[in-house]
Design a protein around this ligand. Structure first.
Ligand SMILES: [Zn+2]
Length: 346
């Protein structure tokens, strides 16, 4: 993708224009070829209740949309509105017009306190599992709410590079000393494929994310592996579930139910840019999993997820129809979308 540098240059230029249209005062000179963070004057400095940071805020302008972050709390709501309006101006499909005050403060950890549920949602003597439609009614979870409940704040101005890095940080956070596979379906099974198996820290030391390796697995492999075969798996810290027939609304409600009622620890939700949303949970204990299995089966979740080395979508990667053809001429036809994070708990 030789157009990468040009595209990122144009994106920065556009984002900078959006900032200037909104009279955001940039302190110092911005080099378009330089880093992506720059010091600006907080446009809502007059709301600040203390003089810390001299009214300075940070603008990030190499992502999909420009994004301003300020140290102060008192300007947060106004800044959130401005950030939304800039995201809309940049045509960010993830941006929604600002409607109401959010209760989320970036940087804090939001814990969803499980409600006390009526007995029909408690397991035990339940004759049958709750129907999916019943769960959707009782446990609605819109994408906006998912974003607000995400312990790591995923701003609308975020770049896909950050998603890629954060997905690897999720592996890294387990502290497991093993290799993570990234690749296309067939990047496994031959010694030459060993470059697709690396320690998370080694992937993270890449100068830039590699967006055209669209798949990973929820497993760690032994050092020196070149095949995703189950015998090379040394740890499987995550349980990834997906449903290829349910819509987003239904999937999100089920994930919320599994998190709040079944006490699974949700670590990430990845929008695959296709039909399904993948939920990454911490691997439950074998007993817990055995208990959940009939429920997951009854809901029609893919039996595949039991396979440790099941390929699933990598956040921050590009979804293409054909990964063998990265040429510019066919790009428009080939491009499906970006795989991205909707929720992250590091
Ligand atoms: Zn401020």
């Amino acid at each position: 993708m030789k157009n990468n540098t040009l595209k990122s240059f144009q994106r920065k230029e556009r984002n900078l224009r959006i900032l200037r249209d909104r009279k955001v005062e940039v302190l110092g000179t911005i080099k378009l070829g330089g880093g992506d963070a720059h010091v600006v004057r907080c446009p809502f400095e007059y709301l600040h209740t203390s003089p810390s940071n001299f009214g300075e805020a940070t603008a990030f302008f190499s992502g999909r949309t420009p994004w301003i972050s300020c140290f102060h709390d008192s300007c947060r709501e106004s800044l959130a509105k401005l950030n939304r309006s800039m995201a809309l101006a940049a045509g960010n499909p993830l941006a929604k017009p600002w409607t109401k005050r959010s209760t989320y403060s970036p940087g804090s950890v939001v814990s969803t306190v499980p409600k006390l549920f009526s007995s029909k949602f408690e397991s035990g003597d339940m004759a049958k599992f709750p129907e999916i439609q019943e769960i959707v009614r009782e446990f609605p979870w819109s994408k906006e709410q998912v974003a607000l409940d995400s312990p790591i704040f995923l701003s609308p101005g975020r770049s896909f590079d950050e998603d890629w890095v954060d997905h690897l940080r999720l592996f890294h956070s387990t502290g497991i000393d093993g290799e993570v596979w990234l690749g296309r379906q067939r990047d496994s099974g031959w010694p030459s494929k060993s470059i697709h198996f690396r320690h998370p820290a080694d992937w993270l030391s890449e100068a830039e994310p590699i967006p055209y390796l669209p798949l990973t697995t929820p497993a760690f492999f032994a050092a020196g592996s070149y095949s995703r075969s189950n015998r090379n798996v040394i740890a499987r810290p995550f349980l990834v579930i997906e449903h290829d027939r349910l819509g987003h609304k239904e999937s999100l409600a089920l994930y919320r139910y599994l998190r709040e009622v079944k006490q699974l620890n949700l670590r990430a939700i990845i929008d695959t840019a296709g039909k399904s949303l993948h939920a990454w949970f911490d691997q439950p204990s074998p007993t817990h999993l055995q208990e959940l299995q009939p429920l997951l089966d009854a809901w029609g979740f893919d039996g595949q997820m039991k396979a440790a080395s099941q390929p699933c979508r990598m956040a921050g990667a590009i979804r293409l129809k054909d990964y063998d053809d990265l040429t510019d001429e066919h790009w428009e036809d080939n491009f499906v979308g970006w795989q991205h994070l909707l929720f992250l708990n590091l």
